[in-house]
Design a protein around this ligand. Structure first.
Ligand code: AHR
Length: 484
């Protein structure tokens, strides 16, 4: 049994739509094959971008897309990815399997993708192996409106108008693959590099993001905030859910019951991480100006048999749907600090929205959570009084019609009866549910709709109280229309 009480006066603040952000790296088939197929492909595409993927992603209103990495960002030299495609440099992707990167997807193709999706840009710059000048010129290339060497080059490459870059990251995981730096050193480099990232569009200054801690490295956060907080708008945090130790990735399918719970427990650690990192940030930024940007999160499981292990291709089950719902609920609890989050990664890598196989494409259970939660984007998070069953997670937001409630019962066998008290008159309730009947239920290319949302009607209500019976292994959303 769970109980939730909604009081109109108890609000946490706006849920930034950017916490529903995505991430796509030059890694495996995330971009090549998953999104980009070349304009002359037999796979239906618009300007080289898969029509089916763009259509599916538009339906979840992707607000922002982080690119080009990840680890790859700190090896990426943006000038390799502009100009005629057949003249672009072929490089070795040293981060992910040593495969050839032909640079056919570069800056122009990224902004074409954003245009098709209606998403904002989050470009991650190369601090690990690039220069200040290179990073500075990329910003000039993308955003300067007028005559300048980089703006002229952009125009010569077919795009006279500047693009709008909302977010810019200065390095990635600089404590590890991004340079193995100490926080003191990175803090100084961050201050230096960001100095030369000019906001050419005064109405839309760049939102600059520093490379943040590895999971629970609280010292990194402390040193960065102490030495560089005034120079940043956000600082990143990465945390992946693991069912066992990092060196012992567990299978995405056919896993035992204890791994259902160990993976979920690992995802739930996000709450503790955000709380502890925020407390450190509060010391240096009590007004909470600097955002915590969780720009990599999701489940990291064993790669699928028969695929290149460096490509991080994993199946996605109803368990991943639980991870997504629980984590998004945690972000919505911390709206005062979490200004953006980017699940890793959008297509064919880690906890993906979409999986592709040649011309075929399927939507994963995680995709459906993002679709079912659309009404939370930019809504007002409510600070509810909860008494929840051990395996129930919930979040409530307010919209113009009433309240939007998402509930997740990650128990394996028992339904949970959730009673919700609302201090306004309930008119109508409409519900949707994503449900599994076995732990590793998933969609595959032969069964693309094995897991898909259905209408949810197991509710009763009177004027101020609503009761919903939530099956095990399910996520339910309820739109409750009320009269104030
Ligand atoms: O998302 C895959 C990788 O995980 C990213 O490239 C890196 O930043 C992280 O370690």
């Amino acid at each position: 049994m769970s109980h939730i009480s909604i009081n109109q006066q108890r609000q946490r603040g706006k849920i930034s739509k950017y916490i529903y952000g995505q991430f796509s790296e030059h890694l495996g088939r995330s971009i090549y094959g998953g999104l980009w197929v070349e304009p002359n492909s037999e796979i239906p595409n618009t300007n080289g971008l898969r029509t089916d993927a763009v259509k599916a992603l538009k339906a979840i209103k992707v607000p922002v897309l982080r690119w080009p990495g990840g680890c790859f960002a700190d090896t990426y030299h943006w000038a390799d990815g502009i100009g005629p495609a057949n003249k672009r440099k072929k490089i070795v992707n040293t981060s992910w399997g040593g495969v050839v990167e032909n640079n056919h997807f570069g800056t122009h193709e990224y902004f074409e993708l954003l245009k098709q999706l209606g998403a904002d840009a989050y470009v991650n710059g190369n601090l690990g192996s690039g220069t200040v000048q290179e990073m500075s010129e990329w910003v000039e290339y993308m955003t300067f409106n007028g005559t300048s060497p980089m703006a002229d080059l952009r125009a010569a490459n077919g795009h006279k108008e500047p693009w709008h870059v909302k977010f810019f990251g200065v390095g990635n995981e600089s404590w590890g693959g991004g340079g193995n730096m100490r926080p003191e050193y990175y803090a100084d480099l961050y201050r230096q590099y960001q100095t030369f990232l000019t906001s050419y569009d005064a109405d839309h200054p760049l939102y600059k993001i520093a490379s943040g801690p590895n999971v629970d490295d609280y010292r990194w956060m402390d040193v960065l905030m102490k030495n560089a907080a005034p120079y940043m708008d956000g600082i990143s945090l990465h945390h992946y859910a693991l069912a066992s130790a990092w060196e012992d990735k567990r299978p995405a399918l056919n896993f035992p019951e204890n791994e259902w719970f160990s993976l979920i427990k690992s995802a739930q650690k996000m709450d503790e991480l955000i709380t502890k990192h925020s407390t450190i940030m509060d010391k240096y930024d009590p007004e909470k100006r600097v955002g915590l940007i969780v720009d990599e999160w999701g489940s990291w499981l064993q790669t699928e048999k028969g695929t290149n292990p460096a490509f991080l291709y994993q199946q996605n089950t109803i368990r991943d749907a639980m991870i997504a719902a629980i984590t998004l609920h945690i972000f919505q609890k911390h709206v005062d600090r979490v200004q953006m989050a980017n699940i890793a990664q959008m297509v064919n890598v880690l906890q993906a929205m979409l999986l592709t196989d040649g011309p075929k494409m399927i939507k994963t259970p995680t995709y459906y959570i993002f679709k079912m939660f659309l009404k939370h984007q930019d809504a007002l998070a409510m600070d509810t009084l909860d008494n929840l069953a051990e395996t129930t997670s919930a979040s409530v937001s307010k919209n113009q019609d009433g309240y939007f409630i998402s509930l997740c019962n990650y128990g394996l066998t028992a339904a949970d009866t959730v009673t919700i008290d609302i201090d306004s008159v309930i008119h109508t309730v409409t519900g949707e549910m994503l449900r599994g009947t076995q732990m590793d239920q998933h969609n595959d290319f032969d069964h693309p709709d094995a897991v898909a949302p259905e209408a949810f009607t197991a509710t009763t209500h009177n004027s101020h109280q609503l009761t919903a019976k939530i099956p095990p292994m399910s996520v339910v959303t309820l739109q409750v229309n009320t009269e104030n």
